[in-house]
Write a protein that binds this ligand. Structure first.
Ligand SMILES: Cc1ncc(COP(=O)(O)O)c(C=O)c1O
Length: 432
């Protein structure tokens, strides 16, 4: 076992022991993991290109036949996590039902405990779902709405959650009250005010999308949730893009219902989400999947969704360990830096419209080009420049979402310190 890894695991174990939690057996064989604390000791400042290139080279295997600026879909697993995952797949496959029935429950329970500690909540307040959509549907469809209740949401929320609420509206269970969020708010206070001024006497729940998947806008969830709570209004928070991208404390969000996932910014294999419900709120929730056996106050009553992906869940402690080693603060600042580089180069072009406030976003930002559909621009970027981005729906024209990942480097968003590929492409597109 590499010395740094050994030390890190020891520290992790000691930390958990001190917190009164059992040490978690990491699924990866540490000898094979190749994760070395020494690699992460440098400050890793956002503009320390040598540091980030070294981390990317050693810990990520990334396709080099295109530039992936669409890391908002899901994140590439670091090599040690991928190795652990592969090993877990083999274990679950070879040992089959005996493993699933005998060994797996304790491994999954330990992984859940580790996840709860990472999220700073009790493991009696979370369930591991297959993704954020499932987590949030359990919260949305399980919430005890009464006829006449209103739900407030806006165009920057995730479409699946909007659709879940609209589905309940067509069933006569609630009324959706949608508003237009300004695309370029100047401050957190301005955002809080957008919500506050549209609250009605019937508002029961506000959907809060912590980091918008459309333009990357980060909203001040804790402030909005506290304001809403003071008026007796609940918030259901979609933190799918927040966990691992930006620092926040789940218990301090003041939101009693939060959905998250681990495959965007935590680097876990695809197929793991989390639903958090504050302990005293569990009792009133109705299960989406039939369950009459679990206690009314147990969150397990919401998790009766059948066979889950064993290896994905077994790998959670490894993903968390790697993410902790990288350091959220370093990750977040680096992502923000990469985003700022391309934004600064394109924002003043007369035909470019930014739809993201640079200061109220992290990795994700979006733009439009005058008279061009977003799909056309995204297609062009890939065909002509091998830059992979994605068109998102936003008004008539849509927008092009650009999301660097931690394994991207400055050259991916900037060309020779002069021109940004995105901008170069935009210009060539405009000159056609
Ligand atoms: C804001 C937001 N919420 C929820 C989701 C759904 O996440 P999942 O794929 O884990 O269901 C996404 C996925 O892109 C998202 O961007």
């Amino acid at each position: 076992m590499k010395q740094g890894r050994k030390k890190f695991l020891k520290q992790l174990g000691a930390g958990l022991f001190a917190a009164g939690l059992p040490a978690i057996p990491l699924a990866a064989d540490a000898d094979e993991s190749g994760m070395d604390t020494i690699d992460f000791l440098d400050e890793g400042l956002p503009d320390d290109e040598r540091y980030w290139k070294r981390i990317a080279r050693k810990y990520y295997a990334v396709a080099d036949d295109y530039i992936n600026l669409e890391n908002g879909y899901y994140g590439i697993q670091p090599k040690p996590v991928l190795q652990a995952f592969q090993k877990n797949i083999i274990t679950a496959n070879e040992q089959a039902a005996r493993f699933a029935r005998k060994d797996y429950p304790a491994i999954a329970a330990a992984a859940k405990k580790e996840l709860a500690a990472f999220l700073e909540v009790s493991d009696e307040e979370i369930i591991i779902t297959r993704n954020a959509t499932e987590a949030l549907n359990i919260a949305i469809q399980g919430y005890p709405f009464k006829p006449g209740d209103e739900v407030m949401l806006n165009q920057l929320d995730y479409f699946s959650m909007i659709e879940a609420f609209k589905m309940l509206e067509t069933r006569g269970q609630l009324k959706v009250n949608a508003f237009e969020m300004p695309l370029l708010p100047q401050s957190d206070d301005e955002i809080v005010e957008q919500y506050r001024k549209l609250i009605t006497a019937r508002t029961k729940v506000i959907l809060l999308t912590h980091v918008s998947n459309i333009n990357g806008l980060i909203i001040p969830v804790a402030k909005i949730a506290a304001m809403a709570k003071a008026k007796g209004i609940d918030t259901i928070t979609d933190s799918a893009h927040a966990l691992g991208q930006i620092p926040f404390s789940l218990p301090q969000l003041s939101s009693d219902f939060v959905g998250l996932n681990l495959h965007k910014w935590i680097g876990n294999p695809v197929g793991a989400g989390v639903l958090y419900i504050k302990k005293e709120r569990i009792k009133e929730m109705k299960p989406l999947f039939g369950d009459v056996a679990a206690a009314e106050s147990s969150i397990n009553k919401l998790a009766h969704f059948g066979t889950t992906p064993f290896a994905v869940i077994m790998t959670i402690p490894d993903s968390i360990a790697f993410h902790r080693m990288m350091g959220l603060d370093k990750i977040s600042k680096r992502l923000h830096y990469l985003k700022t580089i391309w934004i600064n180069a394109v924002k003043d072009h007369p035909n470019v419209e930014m739809v993201t406030p640079a200061d109220l976003s992290c990795a994700i930002a979006s733009f439009r080009i005058k008279n061009k559909s977003a799909a056309e621009v995204a297609d062009y970027l890939f065909k002509e420049h091998k830059i992979f981005t994605v068109a998102r729906q936003l008004g008539k024209q849509g927008c092009v979402r650009v999301t660097p990942g931690i394994y991207n480097n400055v050259a991916d968003v900037q060309n020779g310190g002069q021109e940004v590929p995105v901008m170069q492409s935009a210009k060539s597109l405009l000159c056609k």
